[in-house]
Design a protein around this ligand. Structure first.
Ligand code: 6SY
Length: 262
């Protein structure tokens, strides 16, 4: 059996709204905490619940928008100059080069201190599409026989999903049964296929109103009922005040700073 894990949204907003922060998640399993995405408000959101850099083991990044990776500069500099620790970073292989050259180099390159690459700040693991990786280091499972170890950690793999055309973005599957969409346009066929493969829970982004690079709530309402009943919505910012349970069509709204266990 895979380990159950706890997950909390650090925000359920989008790149523009301030009240509900960015759509990033905090995961806890076996006493270790990890981030899925680290936008520019992630550290503020963690601070709001009494957590900080030292409480986080590692970060997975889905794509290169500031509301998903804009907090990496702070993590890098704090790790290098305040905590003396290179945080673990899982990055999809297609972002190799791009994350440093296009996002971080301007802030982080320091010739005097010999900090010239992403690896000078983070313990980086590049991950291919579909490749299984574990959030919890094997050493944590030292007492567990090897054959059980692979099943007793939180396993993950990413699949490419469409957000902004021509720009890489991906979603995450945990323990082969939990889907985390990151930002994406609607892809009903993908969810139906994942459900067929055994995925039981879908954390899915949405927005109220049309947006060309996101999944409008109205479009998710067209998904099969058996999928909608497994869907937990995020990235919505602020839901319409008059939204009723029946309007949600079986889907549920995730709330900022609320733990759920899967
Ligand atoms: O090609 C683009 C890129 C971006 N945007 C907007 O910028 C926003 C950034 O935050 P977000 O990812 O939550 O939502 C995005 C969209 O609203 C867009 O409409 N088309």
């Amino acid at each position: 059996m895979n380990q159950p894990f706890h997950i909390m949204m650090l925000g359920v907003g989008n790149g523009f709204i301030k009240s509900t922060y960015h759509n990033n998640a905090l995961i806890e399993t076996q006493g270790k905490r990890y981030l899925v995405d680290c936008g520019s408000l992630a550290w503020q959101s963690l601070h709001d619940i009494g957590l900080g850099f030292d409480d986080i083991e590692g970060i997975f990044i889905t794509h290169l928008h500031y509301d998903h990776c804009g907090g990496l500069d702070e993590a890098a500099l704090y790790g290098a100059y305040a905590a003396n620790r290179r945080m673990k970073l899982w990055i999809p292989e297609p972002l190799k080069g791009l994350l440093w050259e296009h996002c971080l180099r301007g802030t982080l390159e320091n010739v005097v201190d010999h900090k010239l690459a992403l690896e000078d700040y983070f313990d980086v693991q590049w991950v291919e599409e579909g490749e299984s990786f574990s959030f919890v280091p094997q050493s944590v499972n030292a007492a567990v026989p090897a054959i059980e170890a692979s099943c007793s950690s939180l396993s993950a793999h990413w699949i490419q999903t469409l957000h902004v055309p021509s720009k890489f973005s991906c979603s995450l599957v945990l323990n082969n049964r939990f889907f985390y969409s990151a930002d994406m346009q609607p892809d009903k066929e993908l969810l139906v296929e994942l459900s067929r493969q055994g995925v039981e829970v879908f954390y899915h982004e949405t927005c109220f109103g049309h947006n060309a690079v996101h999944s409008a709530f109205e479009e998710l309402c067209q998904y099969p009922e058996e999928i909608r009943r497994c869907m937990y919505l995020m990235h919505y910012g602020e839901a319409p005040r008059d939204l009723t349970e029946s309007d949600l069509q079986g889907m549920k709204l995730l709330r900022q700073h609320e733990w759920l266990t899967w």
